[in-house]
Design a protein around this ligand. Structure first.
Ligand code: HEM
Length: 499
């Protein structure tokens, strides 16, 4: 029954499908390796003296967590491979999810009936970040201890509830029972990932797969697509183990036990938490004030609010766009990014904003590697984080409009062939090649929809909220050229060319 249904379901072949499969392979590797690591890892902050095979640390005081991680890395057969494959999968997973989000955003794949799918994808990203962050801390080495110290500092900077939150997470003072508390959180993030993934698949199964405009190549979900996806899944899994077996990641024996005071410049978190670190680094010095007998640490509050608002906007964007555009139709055909310049501009602005925060997270590395002053690099990122998104938005909009005009030209006049013909009267013309139905389908703009219009209510007044919505709606559609459908010339008989 299920097999017959899957055989009847047509899935478009598109390279963007691979991000989902790669994410699935990462989750698979995380589960398999994590489940085995559980047998050897000791989630305990109790102090132990190291008597293992790594002589430079002989006799060093460390937590049992680090002692067991050293055992896994250097004594347990295959242990290092498992640890490193687990860590590499944790590094690749957020990238695969983010790329899926980028594709879904720019093609409008988050519109009805896939709004839930977007929210679930966002949830997957949060779960992946939570899993990565909590896992990063588990070995309790120098780097993870430094990261935890920063987290404690951030928590303490949160007004009113900060101290309480910090005590709750750390189970008292620093480092307290952090390993014991993070371990269940880490396992829970894995379970959350699995649940969200299954939910998203179930949701996707409930409606047609989205198609790119003009796309013709589709294959049955079973067996064609399943075999292709299975091949990629196997290749991605193998690659993760290959990288895990050959490329060092988190060599905790070199870092030694957690001791935040000894961490050197250039200590970096895993890449996916870099944007949070960058947000903290961009705050100018001295951003705090005293009020009501408390110190209000803007250096913590502002980055938290800004990053929180950014993530919230990402999560609810489909609902905002639907409200603004008034387009609540179901869409199984995706948009070409150029045909929705405002959305594409917002997307590029968001990427530049995220990129600036992320880059700022490595400001010290940039300064030391390129021989710049740290202050200069920070100032450059401060400018970039504010002006970059504005410039990126405007440039993207303009490029989109230009590309729409180019498409319009192509639809109206066909492709240039480079063949110049001399006419009997002496003039020259270039032969253009007519578009076939598939190309035309791809280039002709989306079906038109009118912007939301604010109409007076029964009292003859136009409510403020409707006026705001109408203005936003006008802006949203401003850069969209009228669709070409009606204006394009009829197709010529096969074999004939238009001049
Ligand atoms: C239910 C599934 C999971 C289990 C059973 C599990 C288990 C473990 C265990 C036992 C460790 C400590 C061992 C060690 O550090 O060598 C660990 C570390 C880690 N985990 Fe997981 N984990 C799971 C899911 C995840 C997920 C979803 C992520 C991230 C997306 C993740 C990222 C990490 C990272 C980055 C480390 C540190 C690895 C290192 O030592 O360098 N884990 N995990």
């Amino acid at each position: 029954m299920l097999r017959a249904k899957l055989a009847a379901r047509r899935v478009p072949l598109h390279w963007t499908n691979m991000f989902g499969v790669i994410a699935l392979a990462c989750v698979f590797v995380l589960f398999v390796t994590g489940a085995i690591l559980m047998f050897a890892y000791a989630p305990s902050s109790e102090t132990a003296t190291y008597h293992g095979s790594y002589l430079p640390l002989a006799g060093a005081e460390m937590s049992k967590a680090l002692e067991s991680t050293l055992y896994i890395s250097l004594e347990l057969p295959g242990g290092l491979l498992l640890r490193q494959a687990h860590h590499w999968a944790a590094l690749l997973l957020p990238a695969a999810i983010m790329l899926q989000m980028v594709v879904a955003f720019f093609t409008g794949a988050f519109r009805r009936p896939r709004r839930l799918s977007w929210v679930l994808l966002f949830g997957l990203l949060v779960a992946a970040l939570l899993g990565g962050w909590s896992g990063y801390a588990l070995p309790d080495d120098m780097l993870s201890g430094t990261g935890l110290r920063i987290v404690e500092g951030i928590m303490l900077g949160i007004p009113v509830v900060g101290t309480w939150l910090s005590r709750l997470l750390f189970g008292g003072g620093f480092p307290g029972q952090i390993i014991e508390n993070l371990y269940p959180l880490h396992l829970a993030s894995g379970v959350l990932l699995a649940v969200l993934l299954a939910w998203r698949w179930w949701d996707a199964y409930g409606h047609e797969p989205a198609r790119f405009p003009g796309e013709a190549r589709t294959v049955p979900a079973w067996p064609n697509f399943a075999v292709r996806a299975g091949g990629l899944f196997a290749a991605a899994t193998a690659l993760l183990f290959l990288i895990g077996g050959t490329v060092t990641i988190a060599p905790v024996w070199l870092y030694g036990p957690a001791s935040p005071g000894d961490a050197s410049a250039g200590s970096q978190p895993d890449w996916y938490t870099g944007f949070l670190d960058g947000a903290l680094r961009l705050v100018p010095p001295g951003w705090e004030f005293e009020l009501l007998g408390r110190t209000w640490t803007l250096a913590v509050i502002v980055p938290l609010l800004v990053v929180g608002a950014f993530l919230m906007l990402v999560a609810v964007y489909p609902f905002i766009e639907e409200w603004v555009s008034g387009d609540s139709r179901a869409h199984d055909v995706l948009d070409r990014p150029r045909n929705v310049p405002i959305r594409t501009g917002i997307g590029v602005a968001g990427i530049v904003f995220y990129g600036a925060l992320w880059g700022a997270g490595g400001a010290d590395v940039i300064a030391t590697q390129l021989n710049f002053s740290l202050e200069g690099v920070i100032t450059a990122f401060q400018v970039l984080v504010i002006l970059g998104p504005i410039v990126a938005f405007d440039l993207t909009r303009r490029v989109c409009v230009a590309l729409q005009k180019k498409d319009r030209e192509t639809v109206l006049h066909g492709y240039e062939t480079g063949r110049i013909v001399r006419m009997p009267g002496g003039g020259y013309i270039e032969i253009h090649r007519e578009l076939d139905a598939q190309e035309r389908g791809r280039l002709v703009g989306p079906a038109p929809i009118e912007p939301f219009i604010a109409r007076p209510n029964r009292d003859g007044r136009v409510p403020l909220v409707n006026r705001v919505r109408a203005r936003a709606s006008r802006l949203f559609y401003e850069d969209r050229l009228a669709p070409l459908g009606g204006q394009s010339r009829p197709a010529l008989p096969a074999g004939e060319q238009r001049r």
